[in-house]
Design a protein around this ligand. Structure first.
Ligand code: ADP
Ligand code: MG
Length: 316
């Protein structure tokens, strides 16, 4: 288990992170989601002992990262934002070098082979790292993190800079690793944490703004309160009809799309007006060509989560 208590990191007068607390249970796959500058890397660097906190504690499997760093570090493998690769080394040399550096006590040959098979780099084992694609370099970075078979893997933006097919491969790999490890990964991409993680911790401006299951976050994102509507009929009359539906708070005419008027309709919090929209328009024989929830962007989510400036649990 990982326990983070009131972590704060200050640079002069600015806070990189501010009073962050959370726990991660064994076997969980947790995503840190947040835009650039949110404090994800800072939190990970403190967790892994690369950076000291101004205040607060991080405890890994019962060991305080400051007081018992060796025991704590043995339990974690870390892939930093910029993987620490030596480009002029072959994969083989690099992994053997790190095996020694980390003083791993598992039988060398079988252990390294097992990792290489798992992350699928066995066929490039003799190649120089500089001659590998970015996707393969990232695999080597993950292999490095797995030396010593740590319980916890901490992966900082593991898919950044990869092309779409490499992203899919790395996500698949991380999901697989999640079956046997506790994983914390960071990302600024919503779909990524949704695709990989059981739980999401949302960070913004150095603060933890939400913590909940991926399902809870998805519900929050699918905001049926605000729908986009394209209706084949007379613009002004449709507008008026929509405004007259109970619980509709605002109707905005967006414009003509392919000669058909499009609106956004916002309902009162906690209500869903879609059925009424359908029934009323059907009465008038104005067919709905499109009705879809507006997609919340990451920015919208942060706005809604940080609106009251407090941490809250993700609940729809
Ligand atoms: P993320 O990984 O979510 O993009 P970071 O943890 O890298 O965010 O950064 C969080 C904040 O801390 C940013 O505003 C960044 O500018 C600031 N920060 C990080 N490192 C330093 C540093 N060495 N000196 C001053 N400010 C820093
Ligand atoms: Mg970062």
């Amino acid at each position: 288990m990982i326990e983070v208590k009131n972590l704060t990191k200050r640079y002069g007068n600015t806070y990189a992170i501010h009073n962050i607390s959370f726990t991660v249970k064994d076997g969980e796959v947790v995503g840190f989601l947040g835009p650039n500058g949110a404090g994800k890397s800072t939190t990970m660097n403190i967790l892994t002992g690369y950076l000291s906190a101004t205040e607060g504690k991080a405890i890994i499997g019962g060991f305080d990262i400051l007081e018992q760093p060796n025991q704590a570090k043995q339990r974690m493998g870390y892939l930093p934002e910029v993987p620490p690769l030596y480009l002029d080394m072959a994969v083989e040399e690099y992994l053997n070098f790190l095996y020694e550096l980390k003083r791993v006590d598992l039988a060398r040959g079988p252990h390294i082979k097992e990792i290489c098979d798992l992350v699928k780099i066995s066929h490039v084992y003799k190649r120089l790292i500089k001659n590998l694609s970015k996707g393969y370099r990232q695999r080597v970075g993950i292999a490095q993190a797995m030396l010593g078979n740590p319980e916890v893997l901490i992966l900082d933006e593991p898919t950044v800079g990869l092309d779409p097919s490499q992203i899919i491969e790395i996500r698949r790999l991380i999901k697989k690793l999640g079956e046997k490890h506790t994983v914390i990964l960071s990302s600024h991409m919503l779909q990524e944490v949704q695709a990989i993680c059981d739980r999401v911790i949302v960070m913004n401006n150095g603060r933890l703004v939400a913590d909940g299951t991926t399902e809870e976050l998805s519900k929050l994102l699918l905001d049926n309160r605000k729908v986009i509507l394209r209706v084949d009929g007379p613009k002004a009359e449709i507008h008026k009809l929509l405004q007259g539906i109970p619980n509709v708070e605002a109707v905005n005419y967006i414009g003509m799309k392919d000669g058909i008027p499009e609106f956004s309709v916002e309902a009162k919090e906690g209500t869903d007006v879609r059925k009424q929209i359908f029934l009323r328009l059907a009465e008038r024989q104005w067919p709905i060509l499109i009705m879809k929830p507006t997609e919340m962007t990451l920015e919208d989510i942060f706005m809604s989560l940080t609106g009251d400036g407090k941490k809250r649990r993700v609940k729809s």
